[in-house]
Design a protein around this ligand. Structure first.
Ligand SMILES: Nc1ncnc2c1ncn2[C@@H]1O[C@H](COP(=O)(O)OP(=O)(O)O)[C@@H](O)[C@H]1O
Ligand SMILES: [Mg+2]
Length: 270
């Protein structure tokens, strides 16, 4: 699987047609649609430590699911399995199209650290994996536009703020038009105000592009602000699966959101 945060891989997308699709997608002309995800009986251990203990979860195409839980409860382990970076010991991960048929989705992952190449300009960081040439550059510029960084295309990563760097990482994940995007505490290193702006950005892009999103966070307010459903993980098991029935775009700090946050905190803290 080509990864958003991998080192460059020349020729990953070699055909002109593929690049045109990428360009359209990055410019917001297309709609990825998202894939369904079915997890059944997922188990994962590291040595004697059972980290995931029978995870069952169904995610609809285009759904935005947040995973919350205490540090060490297995959130990143689960996300890595979904992104295909690691294999479960037992159980099944199945991706399906809207009709229920099996698909090989285009999966991408964004981490807490942007992992940019310091010697490559912003636009080249985004185009990593697309190869060389004008079309790759146009696709990367389109993705930068989506994250409101078009004016930084020829800047060096070191010249950007933390929030801007994370937007470049997001653009790099989006440029290939994923139908599944995994995000592992992507806003965790940002200051509170930047986080709020970035949450709105993530929500807008998800609404425009329609990919299926699984977003790990330890911040219940962030989970309630963004997700259709919040899943609470505790000691490798799902202890709560809570649909968030708030209209979008969501106002912050509403009484209703506060009640959702409290329910989640109660489940996390036991
Ligand atoms: N590669 C690994 N080798 C050994 N132990 C691991 C590895 N990855 C995660 N763990 C352990 O699995 C548990 C869950 O880790 P993780 O999924 O990273 O938790 P979270 O993301 O919820 O904080 C922790 O006890 C962690 O130490
Ligand atoms: Mg983690």
């Amino acid at each position: 699987m080509p990864l958003a945060n991998d080192a460059p891989r020349a020729g990953t997308f070699s055909s002109g047609a593929a690049i045109d699709t990428l360009k359209d997608a990055a410019q917001g002309l297309g709609h990825a649609g998202g894939v369904a995800l079915h997890l059944h009986g997922l188990e994962k251990s590291f040595g004697p430590t059972r980290v995931l203990r029978g995870i069952d979860l169904d995610i609809a195409p285009g759904e935005f699911v947040a995973i919350v839980g205490k540090s060490g409860c297995g959130k990143s382990t689960l996300l890595r399995l979904l992104a295909g970076l690691d294999q479960p010991d037992a159980g099944e991960i199945r991706f399906a199209d809207a009709g229920g048929g099996p698909v090989q989705p285009n999966k991408r992952i964004v981490f807490q650290e942007p992992r940019l190449l310091p010697w490559a300009k912003v636009v080249d960081n985004v185009a990593v994996g697309l190869g060389e040439g004008r079309r790759a550059r146009a696709a990367a510029e389109g993705a930068l536009e989506a994250v409101q960084l078009a004016d930084k295309a020829d800047q060096w990563p070191a010249r950007l703020s933390g929030g801007q760097r994370q937007r470049v990482a997001l653009a790099r994940a989006l440029v290939s038009r994923p139908d599944f995007l995994a995000l592992d505490e992507p806003l965790g290193a940002l200051d509170a105000l930047t986080r709020i702006t970035m949450q709105a950005l993530v929500e807008r892009i998800w609404r425009e592009q329609g990919f299926t999103a699984v977003f790990v966070t330890h911040d219940v307010a962030e989970a309630v602000a963004l997700a259709d459903r919040v899943v609470v993980l505790d000691a490798g098991r799902i202890v709560l699966d809570l649909p968030i029935e708030l209209e979008r775009p969501r106002g912050r700090a509403s009484a209703e959101a506060g009640r959702y946050e409290q329910r989640l905190l109660d489940a996390i803290l036991g």
